[in-house]
Design a protein around this ligand. Structure first.
Ligand code: MG
Length: 280
């Protein structure tokens, strides 16, 4: 693979990713995929999707799981609805994540990702150890399929994330670094965080955001790439510094209106292409 192929977060029938056709029209060579709903995750659909990817010459680099009932309405709601942390939904979601990993395997994809949820900050909280255990269980399932598990950044500080990964003690547990999430959740300055977690970064999102007035209490604002507080040139230079040469996957959480998506994603592709040429 060339250094830093451009990518985009796509969706077949769920989430806010762009459609595969948009990626193709923009000449984007790699995608991450928001896992389709359970009814669509058949072997037949996977094989159809795979042949469509081959036709378009697009490489799938990571499949992200998401769950019914998750809400990003505000930060406290994230804590009680997102990922594998909430107890009430954990067993069902673990089973579903394993199915998603199996689906990704059929797609020939060796990485699956997710928002784990708000890992408690206090390691002596019983919920912390439970989250370590469920993550290990999922990692073991992925390892048997020859896959890595990528944790989306945002809800934890860089130090908390490293400590968590060390506690899980699995060789296939890595990070999908999202610089905007650090700003949106108010969990740390993204460039410093990236340097800190660098050795664990195996995939990234190119997304931008502006700090909230009271970071950590309220959301920052997600904005088009290059218009926020991440600093895209510095971001790419830091990715270079930590030795990350994998896909630059654009993520933009806007509704699926093809024209708007094409315009905004097209603008992001142009920005990243210019920066790639500049930084190499
Ligand atoms: Mg992201």
């Amino acid at each position: 693979m060339e250094k830093w192929p451009i990518g985009v977060f796509t969706s077949v029938d769920a989430g806010l990713g762009v459609k595969l056709e948009v990626a193709h029209e923009l000449g984007i060579p790699t995608i991450q995929l928001h896992a389709p709903h359970q009814a669509s995750r058949t072997k037949e659909n996977a094989q159809q999707f795979l042949s469509r990817l081959r036709e378009l010459g697009i490489e799938l680099t990571c499949v992200f799981g998401g769950f019914e009932g998750e809400s990003y309405a505000n930060i406290p709601t994230v804590a009680c609805t997102v990922g594998l942390v909430p107890r009430e939904t954990r067993a069902a979601r673990l089973a579903e994540m394993k199915e998603i990993a199996d689906f990704a395997r059929v797609l020939g994809c060796d990485a699956v990702g997710l928002h784990l949820g708000f890992v408690p900050h206090d390691a002596s909280d019983p919920l912390y150890q439970e989250t370590v255990d469920v993550t290990r269980d999922l990692c073991n399932h992925c390892a048997a399929l020859g896959q890595a598990l990528h944790l989306e950044t945002g809800q934890e500080t860089a130090d908390a994330l490293i400590e968590f990964i060390m506690n899980v003690e699995c060789q296939n547990l890595f990070i999908n670094f999202d610089p905007a999430n650090m700003i949106l959740y108010g969990t740390g300055e993204p460039i410093a965080a990236l340097e800190r977690v660098g050795q664990y970064v195996r995939s990234v999102h190119c997304k931008d955001g502006k700090w909230a007035k009271h970071p950590g209490e309220e959301w920052g604002q997600e904005v088009p790439l290059g218009e926020g507080d991440v600093g895209m040139e510095n971001y790419l230079r830091t990715l270079d510094k930590i030795g990350y040469h994998g896909p630059l996957t654009i993520e933009r959480e806007i509704p699926q209106e093809p024209e708007r998506q094409k315009a905004e994603i097209g603008h992001a592709v142009k920005l990243l292409t210019e920066l790639k040429a500049k930084i190499g």
